[in-house]
Design a protein around this ligand. Structure first.
Ligand code: ATP
Ligand code: MG
Ligand code: MG
Ligand code: MG
Length: 433
């Protein structure tokens, strides 16, 4: 009878059976008589036990020679193991080394963050990155599910663009056959063109910003989900946004229990964030609330991290701050019906200090107004001709938003720093590996 080759995650289906598993050795401990091997295979982590008395001497000799991160096949019988959080272990009867490993740099002792990220190509193998990036994967898969179920078309926006909105210092410039080109900061304008063609679209891809400030919330390369919906006003867009966030959190709770436990994330707290609706607070009221609580902020400023943290914590939920001052928002945001100083926008702020998760707005549909705004902002008008065409040929009310994937990852996983939320982070001080 042939021995099945299985993945660790499936061990529970094989209790009492002999199986073969391809894995890496994380750590080894034991005595001269018994060895405990901490194994991982990319699906889960568990323990292998080898008793000297139960295996040929040659097998125990191989086990004794194993080093951290050696890759191997183990053969053995699966047992329940109530002491481990995983619940199962393997009683190893045979071992075959696949790839040796010597002087693996990330030893069980504590290492500094810079060292771990210098070794990110190896650090990916460890518990915390594993759990965080598995949850990232769930958020990506659930994003496609959510928008596909609702009839959205994924429409990719270009990453290389020819237009340089003036006055911004956040664009990366590159050479495009002798002509300057820029790495895209957002797919927004292209998504609007898509919405006029496909009704409901979303773009999802990397975006680039030469963020000079070093914060724990900003990467220079991050992934953004940007839905754009034709024939839709802002209130309906807010309903989609909160349903999307609740859906993402619910899917992680459903699929990533193991990972949330590794990260010691409070699942009840996360579950509380799936209760809708989220509060909607006007920018005006937010400023008052901040002032009443000792913040030195005047009407007209954008919020920094302390303000964002206070506001969301105040409601103990994600909170929409709506209708920001026109002067601090993008030119395409829709004018308010009765006020000239604010626009129909919303930022979704996460509690616990995870910052702005979503920024969005209804879009203005008026050709002349937008043309004026583009000029007033000092933008290169020629570059926006195509965008203005969208207002010339069958303009309709439409709304959209942008969610920063890595911000969402930190919020769901409870990671303090955004560099943990992407496999190979790019920041002002990090371009390698
Ligand atoms: P912030 O105020 O935090 O700098 P923003 O208002 O500049 O963000 P938007 O232009 O509204 O950001 O982008 C949409 C979303 O993309 C944000 O809500 C956030 O989730 C995410 N985001 C923005 N900048 C970054 C960045 N540098 N790194 C990671 N995510 C980001
Ligand atoms: Mg910013
Ligand atoms: Mg912002
Ligand atoms: Mg924003």
């Amino acid at each position: 009878q042939e021995i099945p080759t299985i993945q660790i995650i499936d061990a529970k289906k094989y209790v009492g059976q002999t199986v073969k598993i391809g894995a890496w050795l994380r750590q080894k401990r034991g005595s001269g008589k018994i060895a405990f091997l901490q194994l991982r295979d990319g699906t889960a982590f568990f323990q292998g036990v080898v008793a000297k008395a139960d295996v040929p001497e040659s097998v125990f000799d191989v086990v004794k020679s194993l080093k951290q991160e050696t890759s191997l096949y183990v053969v053995g019988e699966i047992h329940e193991d109530e002491r481990s959080s995983f619940g199962y272990e393997i009683a190893i009867s045979d071992v075959e080394i696949i790839g040796e490993s010597h002087d693996y740099p990330i030893t069980p002792k504590e290492h500094g963050t810079e060292f771990l990220f210098d070794e990110r190509h190896l650090y990916l193998r460890h518990l915390k990155p594993f759990a965080t990036l598995k949850i990232r994967n769930t958020l990506i898969a659930a994003t496609y599910e959510f928008f596909n179920e609702r009839g959205f078309t994924k429409l990719d926006s270009p990453l290389l663009t020819g237009s340089a909105p003036e006055g911004t210092t956040e664009l990366f410039e590159t050479d495009y056959f002798g002509e300057p080109a820029f790495l895209s900061q957002t797919g927004q304008l292209y998504a609007e063109a898509g919405a006029m063609a496909f009704g409901k679209v979303f773009t999802f891809g990397p975006t680039f910003r030469a963020e000079k400030s070093k914060t724990r919330r900003h990467l220079t390369e991050f992934w953004m989900v940007e839905p754009e919906m034709a024939f839709m006003h802002q209130e309906e867009s807010l309903e989609i946004q909160e349903a999307y966030i609740a859906f993402l959190i619910a899917k992680v709770l459903e699929r990533n229990e193991q990972e949330l436990d590794i990260l010691e994330r409070d699942k009840d707290l996360l579950r509380s964030y799936t209760e809708l609706p989220y509060p909607r607070v006007s920018y005006d009221d937010a400023i008052k609330l901040l002032q009443d609580n000792g913040f030195d902020v005047a009407w007209g400023v954008d919020f920094g991290s302390p303000e964002e943290t206070f506001l969301a914590n105040h409601f103990a939920k994600p909170v929409f701050i709506v209708n920001f001052p026109k002067a601090i928002k993008a030119f395409y945001m829709k004018r308010h019906a009765t006020r000239d100083d604010v626009v129909i926008s919303a930022d979704l702020l996460a509690p616990e200090g995870y910052g702005e998760i979503i920024g969005g707005s209804e879009r203005d549909t008026d050709y002349d107004y937008l043309k004026e705004r583009i000029a007033a902002e000092g933008l290169n008008q020629d570059e926006y001709e195509w965008y203005l065409d969208l207002r010339k040929y069958g303009s309709v009310p439409h709304s959209g938003f942008g969610l920063g994937l890595e911000r969402m990852v930190t919020f769901v996983t409870g990671e303090e720093h955004i560099r943990e939320a992407i496999p190979f982070p790019r920041m002002t001080n990090r371009l390698r590996p």
